[in-house]
Design a protein around this ligand. Structure first.
Ligand SMILES: C[S@@+](CC[C@H](N)C(=O)[O-])C[C@H]1O[C@@H](n2cnc3c(N)ncnc32)[C@H](O)[C@@H]1O
Ligand SMILES: Nc1nc2[nH]cc(C(=O)O)c2c(=O)[nH]1
Ligand code: SF4
Ligand SMILES: [Mg+2]
Length: 243
């Protein structure tokens, strides 16, 4: 179930720069062509000291172990505990149990999800939902993509109605179509006060980042619907050289 647990600086989205503990779940049904986590195969890696980047591998971890490890990695500047992956909602039953315990202990909880499981969501203090584009996959069928997109929007709506601080994130590539992103911004504006993070892809294999010109154009196009609720976020942790 668990790939790794570590303490680092949030490198993506609306809370970039905040101190987080990351609980990374293993496995994902999607295969985004730029995914910088899909190559990881290890399990049960736990950081020895917060931010040390030194790990030990445990035999396995039950829910009590996970909570104890989070307590041990807590630092005075901790902002929230991120549940990410892989796709964390693959383990929504166990995740719900962990989140309930953490809430009672006073932690803020953060979900980083691809939004494909709208019926599995429950309250998180903060939720980042990635909206995938057709070009994020090697030849996805049109009906499959449309179903994924519908589910992502439904996930955002469900979290918004639970009063989670939910925002959307879209990875932009060199070949991303501006109008496609603009249409997504319109759908998000129809839900309510949703921030959209425009995230240029960090080059991955032969996948290139978009031009600065394109980023400006996409931001302005989204602003026509979302006004100043649009922000650009690059994967800061990669520039910092932290996990
Ligand atoms: C690894 S995924 C795990 C959580 C969830 N499956 C998802 O897709 O949001 C976390 C985030 O990493 C980001 N990401 C992964 N590879 C990236 C890359 N090469 N460039 C920019 N962002 C990337 C995606 O935006 C994704 O939301
Ligand atoms: N520092 C840091 N910030 C992150 N934000 C989202 C991440 C992810 O892989 O879900 C991530 C990550 O892997 N590292
Ligand atoms: S949904 Fe997230 S974890 Fe899954 S392949 Fe895409 S970026 Fe990677
Ligand atoms: Mg990552």
């Amino acid at each position: 179930m668990i790939r790794e647990i570590f303490s680092s600086i949030m490198g993506e989205g609306k809370y970039i720069g905040r101190r987080f503990i990351f609980v990374r779940f293993a496995g994902c049904p999607l295969k985004c062509i730029y995914c910088d986590e899909n190559h990881k195969k290890y399990l049960n890696r736990v950081e020895k000291a917060p931010g040390s980047g030194e790990f030990e591998t445990l035999k396995n971890m039950d829910i009590e172990d996970i909570v104890n490890i989070i307590d041990r990695l807590k630092t005075p500047d901790l902002f929230a505990v991120s549940f990410t992956g892989g796709e964390p909602l693959l383990y929504f039953k166990e995740l719900k149990e962990i989140v309930e315990i953490l809430k009672d202990k006073g932690y803020k909880t953060f979900l980083e999800s691809n939004g494909m499981f709208p019926d599995r969501v429950f309250y998180f203090d903060i939720a980042s939902i990635d909206i995938k584009l057709r070009e994020h996959f090697n030849n996805i069928k049109e009906d499959e993509y449309k179903k994924l997109y519908r589910n992502e929007i439904k996930t955002i709506k469900n979290l918004y109605n639970l009063n989670s601080d939910v925002y959307a994130k879209i990875v932009i590539m060199e070949n991303t179509n501006i109008n496609t992103v603009k249409e997504i911004a319109k759908d998000l504006s129809d839900i309510g006060d949703i921030t959209l993070c425009i995230q240029p892809v960090t080059p991955y294999g032969n996948i290139k980042s978009p031009s600065k010109r394109k980023l400006f154009e996409i931001m302005e196009a989204c602003g026509e619907y979302l006004k100043d609720n649009v922000m650009l976020t690059i994967q800061m942790h990669k520039y910092l050289g932290v996990l």
